[in-house]
Design a protein around this ligand. Structure first.
Ligand code: PLP
Length: 383
């Protein structure tokens, strides 16, 4: 048996998605074509827009652009706003714990003459700190809804309102890839111009995502070519990926509506086990509001990379920091931003549960975890 306790990296495609694919007989052709196969594919796009609209409480005038994932959605929201470089309001800002899909995207604009402020997340709601950091020269502000490594949920609405007062012309983009599907997300209530979504974080296929743009916001395309997606994302749409996104959005809405407790119960039970280890495990607490599925925990004296490998060899997937950051020698910028030392960051692993986690999977993973940690603590003591 193998279990995925690394759902913030990727949730396995939902059974509903796999069942759909198993029965799919190739009926979808190009959604831009007028024939039956084209119109069937166009129907999939309409269905997915309807599902996303319900999940995110969108208005009929908000636009949904299908992308290859949240990385492309973030880049599509941010890069066109930075071109061409102008002397007028050349400042960019984002929290210092953004995913690299936002952070590196904004950093890539520095050679065009833009300046980037990385705002300390612990003070992001402090009015006086914010007004010291940004002024009316701000062009773009990026703030994620929930952090992929810590699970911390940010009060995006409150920060967006403050930003609008300081800099009414700026555009505010929110990377909602980790929040959608785990907590209720209402686009209008966030008060931002755009949000990005990732299919494989909610049980759709990899390679699909979406950018949602407010009816009040005008953007230009990142990709040029055909007129697909309101002329904002050229290229034939990934119809099966979009179908899987529609299925995953429906499942997420139903889970949230029914107050499905599988993720939070797994998280609470796991946290209780970690607490029973007393000093051998330190749960990193970041803010008061956290995702229902994510735990960040440090095992003093045990390297996270070693633990990840040991667990993997026994069938349990977890990660050291974010999936994109793991494998890199430097410790996570997110954990360092929260004041952890380099060593503490390198001892931290992320455990994140899937929405459909079963009792059997949970118990299997927990037992492997208990055995592995006990072994590694003994080795550490013996060393
Ligand atoms: N934003 C956040 C917060 C993420 O966690 C991730 C993936 O880890 C991404 C963006 C990138 O998403 P995708 O893999 O769909 O490009």
């Amino acid at each position: 048996m193998r279990v995925n306790f690394d759902a913030n990296a990727s949730v396995k495609p939902l059974p509903e998605v796999l069942n759909y694919l198993a029965c799919y007989s190739g009926e979808f052709l190009n959604p831009s074509s007028v024939h039956l196969g084209g119109q069937a594919a166009k129907g999939v796009l309409d269905e997915a827009r309807a599902e996303l609209s319900q999940l995110l409480s969108l208005s009929s005038e908000d636009r949904i652009i299908f992308t290859s994932g949240a990385t492309e959605a973030n880049n599509s929201a941010l890069i066109p706003l930075c071109a061409p470089a102008q002397s007028q309001y050349p400042d960019l800002a984002c929290s210092n714990v953004e995913h690299s899909a936002v952070l590196e995207c904004l950093r890539s604009q520095l050679d065009k003459g833009y300046k980037l402020k990385e705002i300390a997340v612990e003070r992001i709601e402090d009015d006086s700190y914010l007004s010291e950091q940004i002024d009316d020269n701000l062009r773009i502000f990026g703030l994620m809804l929930a952090n992929n490594e810590t699970g911390q949920i940010f009060n995006v609405k409150s920060v967006a309102d403050k930003i609008r007062l300081i800099s009414p012309r700026s555009k505010i983009h929110c990377d909602a890839a980790q929040a959608v599907g785990k907590i209720k997300v209402n686009f209008a209530e966030l008060g931002v111009d755009s949000i990005s979504i990732s299919g494989h974080k909610i049980g759709a296929l990899s390679g699909i995502g979406a950018l949602v743009i407010s009816k009040y916001c005008q953007i230009k395309p990142l990709l040029f070519g055909g007129p697909q997606e309101y002329g904002l994302r050229a290229g034939t749409e990934n119809v099966l990926g979009i179908k899987s996104l529609a299925i995953a959005c429906k499942a997420a809405r139903e889970r949230i509506l029914s107050n499905d407790r599988r993720m939070i119960d797994a998280k609470n039970k796991f946290a209780n086990y970690l607490k029973s280890l007393s000093d051998s495990a330190v749960i990193n607490n970041f803010g008061l509001n956290n995702l229902p599925n994510t735990l960040s925990v440090r095992f003093p004296g045990i390297k996270a990379d070693d633990l990840v490998v040991a667990l993997d060899l026994n069938g349990v997937a977890v990660s050291a920091g974010s999936a994109c950051a793991s494998g890199r020698p430097s410790p996570s910028h997110v954990l360092l931003s929260h004041g952890l030392s380099k060593q503490e960051a390198k001892e931290t692993i992320r455990i994140s549960f899937e929405p459909n986690i079963t009792e059997t999977e949970f118990e299997f993973g927990l037992n492997i975890f208990k055995e592995t940690i006990a072994r590694m603590i003994n080795l550490r003591r013996a060393a």
